[in-house]
Ligand binder design. Structure first.
Ligand code: AMP
Length: 426
């Protein structure tokens, strides 16, 4: 199948070919035709599947079919949970609309609102936004959503996790009732279905390839190690392996900072990315990592969500997540698009329960290795790390959930996560 056969306009085909895409990804093949028909769409797809082009290309096609209006009211709204995702989606919108007479803008919190408001005042057709800043500007009368024709809710599951449900409802009430709605989510929980029922009108349902194929394609390994020796071990693995691009996950923001400092002291270029970092610092860290200037990016789960880092060879869990599904999200950042990848986890005695939960969820026993000089502490307690240690901790799921088959891993379970109001500006 080609992009042309999907019915996209010449201007869009030019932009797609400039990006170097030859064939539409499965989610694009399935989502683009119904969106072009004007249907509402409920899509199951996470980052890495090409979902952004899946909704952006037909959205641009539809908007460009109608003549531009004099004052350019906002006609399409793309709502995303995080600033990073908003910036990435907007970068895509700009690239795909290069040969069209359409204007777009992105707004998110943590930066001065003035330039954002000024851009909107000049008229934009497409607005990419995070909920907080969108509502701020709307409340100040700096933007109107009354002329929205197409509404996209991206990463809807993460939106709910981050406590954005009320904000989404407010945004919905600001838009005209007659509009086209597209909703993307990596998981399909009861809550997501309820939200979808409230927003979508007889939607066409589409989904990308089941995610367990990704999980199976990744080489996974566990290093059993004493808690106090983890830093030494990770530095040894990265240095001796001469790894150039490594994404490391920690459970807390402080943990990310501490590890980053130690890496830098031992001569490994590293940067941390988490909710306490300014937008500028996060953008700089990500750019450095992508360009190869920074070898190690240390991230917390929420900060990493939505990052567009293709073909990552190494992912290391410095600490296991206490929510098993986050493990699947984390390791899904390696081995993308057929490229091989390796996911390593450094596991200390107090993480034993987390490891068991993860193995149940992925229905796979992970191979364990012990490195000389970095042996686990045999006297250490295997009692799980206490809740509330670090702000990013969340309560554990009901253990019954782990019974679900790995085929459903990312579609059924994350719904049980409690809302994380504190993280909403992450
Ligand atoms: P997304 O899932 O939207 O975050 O996209 C993941 C990555 O796939 C991005 O780097 C896109 O630029 C890239 N991509 C999207 N569509 C295609 C395609 N049809 N062919 C090749 N790469 C693509």
């Amino acid at each position: 199948m080609s992009f042309k056969s999907l019915g996209l306009s010449e201007a869009l085909l030019r932009a797609v070919s400039k990006k170097g895409y030859s064939t539409p990804s499965p989610i694009q093949q399935k989502a683009i035709p119904p969106v072009l028909e004007g249907r509402d769409v409920l899509a199951s797809a996470q980052t890495g599947t090409g979902k952004t082009a899946g909704f952006t290309l037909p959205l641009l096609h539809l908007l460009s079919e109608n003549p531009k209006q004099k004052f350019r009211p906002i006609r399409a709204l793309i709502l995303t949970p995080t600033r990073e995702l908003a910036a990435q989606v907007h970068a895509n919108v700009k690239e795909y609309s290069e040969f069209l007479n359409l204007r777009s803008a992105v707004i998110f919190g943590g930066v001065n609102q003035k330039p954002q408001a000024a851009t909107i005042r000049q008229g934009v057709d497409i607005l990419v936004a995070t909920p907080g800043r969108l509502l701020d500007l709307q409340n100040q009368g700096l933007l109107s959503l009354k002329r929205i024709e197409i509404f996209v809710l991206d990463e809807a599951d993460r939106m709910l996790d981050m406590g954005f449900l009320r904000d989404i409802e407010k945004v919905i009430n600001m838009m005209p009732e007659k509009r086209q709605n597209l909703m993307f989510s990596a998981t399909f929980s009861k809550d997501i279905r309820k939200l979808a029922n409230g927003i979508l009108n007889s939607p066409v349902q589409v989904e990308a390839t089941p995610e367990n194929t990704t999980v199976e394609a990744i080489t996974q390994k566990v290093y059993r190690v004493a808690k106090g020796k983890k830093t030494g071990l990770i530095i040894k693995l990265i240095s001796e392996g001469n790894w150039k691009q490594v994404l490391v996950f920690t459970r807390t923001k402080h943990g990310a900072n501490r590890l980053c400092e130690k890496m830098v002291k031992s001569g490994i270029t590293a940067a941390a990315i988490h909710g306490n970092k300014s937008q500028g610092a996060r953008t700089k860290a990500l750019a450095g990592f992508k360009s190869g200037k920074v070898r190690v990016l240390v991230a917390t789960d929420i900060a990493a969500r939505g990052l567009d880092i293709p073909l990552l060879p190494h992912v290391i869990n410095f600490e296991l997540p206490n929510i098993s599904e986050d493990y699947v999200h984390r390791i899904g950042r390696t081995g993308r698009a057929g490229a091989s990848g390796e996911a390593l986890s450094l596991v200390s005695a107090d993480e034993t329960t987390f490891l068991r939960d993860i193995e149940k969820l992925i229905e796979m026993k992970l191979p364990v290795q012990i490195i000389e000089g970095f042996e686990p502490d045999t006297n250490a307690s295997t009692a799980p790390i206490k809740q509330g240690q670090g702000k990013q901790n969340r309560s554990r799921r009901n253990s019954n959930n782990t019974r679900n088959s790995s085929r459903n891993t990312n579609r059924s379970n994350t719904s049980r996560r409690p809302k994380r109001k504190n993280d909403r500006r992450n």
